[in-house]
Design a protein around this ligand. Sequence first.
Ligand SMILES: Nc1nc2c(c(=O)[nH]1)N[C@H]1C(S)=C(S)[C@@H](COP(=O)(O)OP(=O)(O)OC[C@H]3O[C@@H](n4cnc5c(=O)[nH]c(N)nc54)[C@H](O)[C@@H]3O)O[C@H]1N2
Ligand SMILES: Nc1nc2c(c(=O)[nH]1)N[C@H]1C(S)=C(S)[C@@H](COP(=O)(O)OP(=O)(O)OC[C@H]3O[C@@H](n4cnc5c(=O)[nH]c(N)nc54)[C@H](O)[C@@H]3O)O[C@H]1N2
Ligand code: SF4
Ligand SMILES: [Mo]
Length: 723
Amino acid sequence: MSLNTPIRQEKGRDLRVVYGACPHDCPDNCALETQVDENGRAVSVRGRSNHPVTRGWLCAKVNRYLERVYHPERLLYPLRRTGPKGSGQFIRISWDEALAEIAERWQSISTLYGAEGILPYSYAGTLGLVQGAVTDSRFWNRLGASQLIRSICGFAAEEAVSLTIGGRLAPAPEDLVHSKLILIWGSNPASTAPHVMPFLREAQRNGSRVIVIDPIRTLTARSANQHIQPLPGSDAALALSMMYVMVSEGLHDAAWISEHTVGWEQLLPRIMQYPPERVARITGLAVETIEALAREYATTRPAVLRLSDGINRHTNGGQTVRTLACLPAIAGHYGHVGDGLMYSTSDWLRWDKQAVSHSQDAACPTGTRSLNMNRLGSLLMGEADPAIRSLYVYNANPVASAPNAGKVVEGLLREDLFTVVHDLFETDTARYADIILPATSQLEQVDLHKPYGHLSLQYNAPAIAPLGEARSNWDVMRALSAAMHFDEPWLQSDAEEVIREIFAASATTQSTLDGLSVDRLQAEGSLPLSIPAEARVPFAEGIFGTPSGKAELFSETAAAKGYDPLPGWVPEVEARPEPTRPALKDEPLPLLCPAAHHFISSTFANQQTLISKERTPTLRIHPEDAQVRGIRCGQLVRVSNERGWCRLVADISEDVRPGVLATTTVWWPKFSPDQRNVNWTTSDRLADFNGGSTFYTNLVTVSSEDVDASASEQQVGVFVAEA
Ligand SMILES: Nc1nc2c(c(=O)[nH]1)N[C@H]1C(S)=C(S)[C@@H](COP(=O)(O)OP(=O)(O)OC[C@H]3O[C@@H](n4cnc5c(=O)[nH]c(N)nc54)[C@H](O)[C@@H]3O)O[C@H]1N2
Ligand SMILES: Nc1nc2c(c(=O)[nH]1)N[C@H]1C(S)=C(S)[C@@H](COP(=O)(O)OP(=O)(O)OC[C@H]3O[C@@H](n4cnc5c(=O)[nH]c(N)nc54)[C@H](O)[C@@H]3O)O[C@H]1N2
Ligand code: SF4
Ligand SMILES: [Mo]
C-alpha cells in the first residue's frame, strides 16, 4: 500500500508506521505519523518529531483525528433523498446507481442548457494537491462547468500582498527567533497556526517583544507583551498614522525607500492626512499608543509583521492589507533575517498550472463563466444567468460556513436544483442534497501537500483502507469521468500518477524542487524545499516580484484594476458613524466572528470532545453594552440585522472593548440554537479587492427581549450543559 512503512515495536505489538500530512486549512501543515495495528486499524496519529515546524506535537483538534476517522456518524455509503429537501430522509444506494444518476442529470443539463448550469462548490476540506487543486479543476474543465472563484478566505489579502511586494514569500516560523519585535496584526496564531507559538516564546525568552493588534483579547494577545485593541476595520488608518509619526520624527528609512520602492512622493501627502489626533478618533486608541507603536516599530531591528487572513475579511480588507504590507517598506524592514512580512510562504513553489488543471487541453471548452463563491445564495436565487441547475459540493459546508447562509438554504430548497454533496459526514449542507456520497479521511487517501506557513513538502501515504464504501475526491472525479465517457488519460490516472506528472512538469521551472523526488517524498514523508541559506530571506537582494521590481507604494496594476493605486483607509460599508461614543441600547454594533480554537471552520465541530471544549456558541459583549441592554451572563440573546438572525449565549467579558461584539466560528447550525449560526447575519457583499469575503463587516443589534423566557432557559440548558 505505502512505501514509508517502518515497523515499530510498541506495547508488545508490531505497529506499521505510515507518514502523512495534515490536510486541513492551517499554515502549519503538520507532518503526521500514523501507527497501524495488525488488523489494519489506526491506533494513533502523532506529529513527526524530526519536522522543523511540527516538532513532535499536534494541535488540540488533530490530536483527536482518530475520533474523526472512526466517528460513528461517518458516511459509509452513497445515499439518495427520499423525503422533502432538508428533511434528512435518505436511503442507501450503490455507487453505480449514484454515478449513473449524476451522469444522466448532468448530460441532460449540458444538452438542454449548457454545462455552465452545473456549479462545483468547494473550498477547504483538504488543501492537498490531488484531493484539492486537481479535483477542483480537471474534470470540471473537461465538462465545461461554471468555474468557481475561490474567494471565501484570503482573496483580498493575496491580491494586496501581490500588488505591493509581488508574491507570497515570507520568513519561515523558525526565523521568528531572530526578530526583536514581532508585531502580530489581526492574526491569532495560538489558535490558528499553533506551531508558530514555540518560536514566539523563544524570541520572548531572548528579550524580544510581541505586540498583538486585535480588537479581541485572543489567546495570542494574552501572552503578548502588549495588546493594542483598535476598532475593527480601522487598521489602515492606524498604519498610515504610524507612517505619519515616522516621517514627522525622521524615523522612516529614506535611503531604503528611495532605492527599493516606487511611489513615495505620491504616498507622502496621503500619509500626512493621518495625524495621530485624527486616527485616535478612528481607531479608538490613545494618541500616545499610536506614537509609541510607530517609534518602537521604526527603531527596533529586526522587526517582523505577521498577518493572516482574518484581517482581510472586511469591506476595506484589501486596502487594509495593502497598507500593512507597505509598513515594512517605510521602516526599511524588508530583506533581513528576522524582518519582513510574514503572510504566506505559498509562492516559494508554484505547481505547473497546466499539469494540475489540463485547462489548455483541446477537449476542454473555453470561455466558461466564473462565479464568486461568496455569492452562493444569491447565485442560486437568480443572480446567475443562465441559472444554476446542479450544484456539486465537496470539501465544503456552505450552509455552515458561507456568508448569508439563510439565503444559501433558500437556494438549496429549490425543487429544480439537483444537489450532490460529497463529505465524510451528513453536514447541514448534505441534508439538502439529492445525492450524498461518502468521502475518505486523510488516513485513507494519497496526496501531496505544499504548506502556506513553512518551507517543507509533505507526502501523505494511505495508512488504512477506506471505511465502508468511502471514496476520495479524485477517485470520484475519475468515476464521474468514466460515467460521462470522458476518456482522456489525465482523467483516469490515479493519485500517485497525477502527483508524478505534476511534480515532473513543475521541476523543470521550480528550483525549490532541486534534488527532491516523489520517490524520496514517499520514503521520507516530508522534505524541506531546496532553498539555499542565502536565498532564505525574502527580498534580501532588494528585488521584488512586482512589475517595477520594487516594493510598490503606488501601483499602476492596482489602478488598472480600478483600485486606489495608493494604500489608504476608507470606513467599512457597515460601520457606526461615531464608533468611539458609548453605544445606545438599540444601536447596531460590529460583530466579529473569527476562528474557534477547537474547530477549523466547521470541520471538527461535530466531535463531542471538541464541542465540549469550545462549550457553546457565545456572544462576547462588554459589560457596559450588556448593562444598557439589560443582558445577563449566560442568557440567550438574539443577534439580528436585515439579512437574518441567530441566537447566542451572552458572555459578558472585557475581552472585547465597548461597542464591539465577538463570537467564534464555525458552529454547525444543527448543533446551534434554532438550527442557525452567525452566518445567518454575515454579508455576501464583496470586499474592495478581488471579490473577497466580508464576514467581519457585520453590524447587528442585540436584544434579549423577544426571546421566549422558558424556551430560552431550555436552550441555554442544552448548550451550556457541557461547559
Ligand atoms: N483553530 C483554528 N485554526 C484555523 C482555523 C479555524 O477555524 N480554527 N481556520 C483556518 C483558516 S481557514 C484560516 S483562513 C486561518 C485564519 O487565521 P487567522 O487570520 O489567525 O484567524 P481569524 O480568527 O480569522 O482572524 C485573526 C484575528 O483577526 C482579528 N480581526 C478581525 N478583524 C480585525 C480588524 O479589523 N482589525 C484587527 N486588527 N484584527 C481583526 C480577529 O479578532 C481575530 O482574532 O486559520 C486557519 N486555522
Ligand atoms: N462566520 C464565519 N464564517 C466563516 C469564517 C469565519 O471566520 N467566520 N471563515 C471562512 C474561511 S476563512 C474559510 S476558509 C471557509 C471554509 O469553509 P469550508 O471550505 O466550507 O470549510 P468547512 O466548513 O470546514 O467545510 C469543509 C468540509 O469538507 C469536508 N471534507 C474534509 N475533507 C474532505 C475530503 O477529503 N473530501 C470531501 N469531499 N470532503 C472533505 C469536511 O468534512 C467539511 O464538512 O469558512 C469561512 N466561513
Ligand atoms: S490543524 Fe494545523 S496545527 Fe493542527 S495538525 Fe493540522 S496543520 Fe498541525
Ligand atoms: Mo480560511
